[in-house]
Design a protein around this ligand. Structure first.
Ligand code: HEC
Length: 111
């Protein structure tokens, strides 16, 4: 009897801990922004040449196409306007693994 209830408790605790495992991996995301040179123009909470990730997250909050838009921005190098008005191709992430890109995009949207 005791063993059964212990097992049940463990199962419940495990179920509760699952959603946390599905959250974006912040360490991996930050590492990728450093490797890709994104930090030159972006930070989490301050505008640099590019908007702060918190602003980007606020802009796309509740919008279903946010993930697709950001994925395009960080993989397809679209032309963008810099704050000084000049045009440049936006930098793409160095990772080729779609799972890594997805993790990064989800992390940005979670700021
Ligand atoms: C040379 C500077 C520069 C670098 C390097 C750069 N960005 Fe940007 N980024 C910008 C600017 C400027 C904008 C704003 C473009 C606009 O609003 O049209 C922007 C916009 C964005 C957006 C918001 C898109 C939106 O629709 O609001 C995201 C997300 C983003 N960058 C992520 C990244 C990531 C990830 C990297 C690294 C792979 C990166 N950026 C590298 C300058 C840069």
């Amino acid at each position: 009897m005791k063993v059964t209830s212990l097992l049940a408790t463990t199962a419940v605790a495990f179920a509760i801990s699952l959603p946390a495992a599905a959250a974006p991996d912040a360490d991996a995301a930050v590492k990728l922004t450093k490797e890709s040179g994104c930090t030159k123009c972006h930070s989490v909470d301050k505008d640099k040449k590019g908007p702060a990730y918190q602003k980007v997250a606020a802009k796309y909050k509740g919008k279903a196409d946010g993930e697709a838009k950001l994925t395009e921005m960080v993989t397809k190098s679209p032309k963008i306007k810099m704050s000084d008005g000049s045009e440049e191709e936006h930098k793409a992430v160095s990772a080729k693994d779609p799972a890594q890109v997805k993790n990064l995009v989800q992390w940005i949207l979670a700021q």
